[in-house]
Structure formats: structure tokens, C-alpha cells
Design a protein around this ligand. Structure first.
Ligand code: KG4
Ligand code: ZN
Length: 341
């Protein structure tokens, strides 16, 4: 079954065409107008999605060699994300499905990151410990089976990617900060400064990154960064910060895997493309762990992962007509009755 998937939850306008769970095309247009603001401006994001969505849809179709009349299912991100940005893709998808009289499946963006590890892979093995690390979310999940998830921990403040973005901004680096920090950290010394790892009271698997960001801020003030900055210093701070952030993610994920006795770990979301993080997790392979990351093009936001979850939800749902009517439901409905994290 051919499906068309739409992702507009943040600053990527993306449309993909899938044949069941196989990706045929996946076009991603990243908005660059936010760079000068050092972060995503929601109103600008919504307007740019609106300007781009038709063009990107046409591109995805032409690259797949398919036509709109071949499409039998539409999926779009329904939550979570920037509300105006979400509504653009959601309403575009619903309208398309109504005009074609085909089912529409709303998709939770975090589910999509979780399952992005299955894209272009032969096996869909469960159970696994899923670490989802993006610009908006940081979650540790026990995935027992399709759509049978137990959230073990979340961030209590900033998301991991958000911490990379904020620290990059403090250092005068561009948005998005993750790839910038990684680039500088490669030439830096991770032991240059020991930034503290947060201990979150209450849940053993919750994360906190705002304290780490603040400790970078205080450190920069202490060394009078603005007046002494040079490439070597920036590289060292990037490496030390990256080490602290990744260690926190790694330690909690490993503790969860040990506690639940699961040797299968899948990391996803924008931060999962970080090579230092990948290397750290890959070391566990020597102890018998199976470790996987999505391909780089599927780690940051993309419509292929939305299409995969849309296909799974449709495939596993008892009442297929439910999705035919879905497009007619008001947006608020889509926000309340789907599996939530
Ligand atoms: O998954 P994603 O595209 O969007 C959300 O759903 O939020 O993730 C974007 C986040 C940004 O915060 C970006 O700085 C971070 O992922 N990121 C990275 C790297 N590449 C992207 N963080 C660390 N290292 C990277 N190489
Ligand atoms: Zn995302």
C-alpha cells in the first residue's frame, strides 16, 4: 500500500512516499531563516511550512515516480510540536485525504522517532530500551511491542538537543548547536573541565539539562570568556560539555537496560547522530549489547518516520474505517485520544 507522509512539527518541512514500511522518497527542507535568531521562531516556521508544503509534496511524489492517485493512505504529525507548524501539515494532510477519499492517520512525533530505528532495517525486534534525544524531547522508554511503551524517564527541564543549542549560543556558535558543538569537540579535550552531571530527585531515570547549561554559563563568566576566547578554548569547552551531556544520557540508559535486563538499546532523535554519543554506546557491543541508531537522514526530523508509524497504526488497527473518518474530526480530537507519552 502506497502512503504519503507529512512532517511539519518544527522547522523541517518534509514529505515522504512509502510502500508499506519501505521508503521510496523522503524530501526534507530545513528552514534556514531561524539561524539569525539563534532558535526557531514559531510564527516564521508556520508561514514557511505553508509556502513550501505543496512544492515538497510534488517533489516527493515525482521522486517516487508515483502520482497522487496511487496514494492510498495519508499520515501527518499531529503532536507534539509548535502548534501553528503542526496545524499546517495536519490540515494539509487531512484535506488531501478527504479529497482523495482515503484514510488519514495522525502520528505522534515521538513515536515516529522511536520507530525511526526500524526504517530500512530487516528486523523489528522487541523488547528494547529506547532513548529518544531531540531538540524538544528526551525520553527513556521500554518498548515491549508495537505501541506497547512504558516511559521510564523524561527530562524535567531542557531537552538534550536544547542544551546543545543553548550552550552553542553561549559560545557564539550557530543554530542548530548540536552539530556545531560536535565539530568543535572533535579537536577539544573532554577532560579540560568537569561539568557536573545532574541528579534528579524522585525518578531514577529522569534527566535534567538546565543545570548543566547554567554551569557552562557560570564557567564562561568565571574565565571572562568574552575577552579570552579562542578556538582552542571553544573546542575544549565543547568537548567537556558534550562529554557531560552524553555521559548523563548513557549512564541512565545503561542503568535502565540493566534494571530491566534488556540487551537491546536503540537511540533516536537529532542528538543520536552525534558520533561521540554513538561511540560511547557502541562500546557496549563488547558486553553483548545490540546497539542501533537510525541512519543520519532519519535521525533529525523527517516524514519517512511519520509514514512508517502511520503505516503501522493503520496495519494494526481493528477498525480501518476509523481512519477514513479521522480527517473529519476536529484537530482537538487528534490531540486527546492517541497514545501519549
Ligand atoms: O529530532 P530533531 O530534528 O528535532 C526535534 O524533534 O526536536 O532534533 C534536533 C536537535 C537539535 O537540538 C540539534 O542541535 C540536535 O538535535 N542535534 C545534535 C546533533 N545533530 C542534531 N546534537 C548533538 N550532536 C549532533 N551531531
Ligand atoms: Zn523530532
Amino acid at each position: 500500500m502506497l502512503s504519503l507522509a507529512i512532517e511539519t512539527s518544527c522547522d523541517e518541512t518534509s514529505v515522504a512516499v512509502l510502500d508499506n514500511d519501505k521508503v521510496i522518497s523522503n524530501i526534507i527542507s530545513s528552514q534556514i531563516s531561524h539561524v539569525k535568531f539563534g532558535g526557531v521562531v514559531p510564527e516564521i516556521a508556520s508561514r514557511e511550512h505553508l509556502n513550501k508544503i505543496i512544492e515538497i509534496t510534488e517533489l516527493a511524489l515525482s521522486e517516487s515516480g508515483k502520482e497522487l492517485k496511487d496514494i492510498k493512505l495519508i499520515s501527518a504529525t499531529s503532536e507534539p510540536g509548535l502548534i501553528g507548524a503542526l496545524l499546517t501539515g495536519l490540515n494539509f494532510g487531512k484535506s488531501l485525504s478527504m479529497s482523495l477519499n482515503i484514510p488519514f492517520v495522525p502520528v505522534n512525533h515521538i513515536h515516529a522517532h522511536l520507530y525511526s530505528n526500524f526504517l530500512n532495517k530487516d528486523k523489528t525486534e522487541f523488547p528494547f530500551i529506547s532513548l529518544i534525544v531531540s531538540g524538544g524531547h528526551t525520553l527513556l522508554v521500554l518498548a515491549e511491542d508495537f505501541f506497547k511503551h512504558k516511559v521510564l524517564g523524561k527530562t524535567v527541564d531542557d531537552a538534550a538537543g536544547e542544551a546543545f543549542d543553548k550552550v552553542a549560543k553561549l559560545l557564539g556558535l550557530n543554530y542548530p548547536g548540536g552539530p556545531e558543538i560536535e565539530k568543535h569537540a572533535v579537536n577539544g579535550n573532554k577532560d579540560y573541565h568537569k561539568f557536573p552531571l545532574a541528579h534528579v530527585k524522585g525518578s531514577e531515570f529522569d534527566f535534567s539539562f538546565s543545570g548543566l547549561k547554567t554551569s557552562v554559563l557560570y564557567f564562561l563568566k568565571k574565565i571572562d570568556f568574552a575577552n579570552v576566547k579562542n578556538d582552542e578554548l571553544i573546542n575544549n569547552i565543547c568537548a567537556s560539555f558534550q562529554n557531560a551531556a552524553v555521559s548523563s544520557l548513557f549512564n541512565k540508559t545503561l542503568s535502565a537496560a540493566e534494571k530491566y535486563n534488556i540487551r537491546n538499546i536503540k537511540v533516536s532523535g537529532g542528538v543520536s547522530s552525534n558520533k561521540y554519543l554513538q561511540d560511547k554506546f557502541n562500546f557496549l557491543k563488547d558486553s553483548g549489547y545490540s546497539i542501533s541508531f537510525p541512519e543520519k537522514k532519519y535521525s533529525t526530523d523527517n516524514a519517512a518516520m511519520i509514514g512508517l508509524v502511520g503505516y503501522y497504526k493503520y496495519k494494526f488497527s481493528g477498525d480501518k474505517n476509523y481512519f477514513l473518518n479521522e480527517a473529519l474530526l476536529i484537530n482537538a480530537k487528534a490531540k486527546v485520544d492517541y497514545e501519549k507519552f
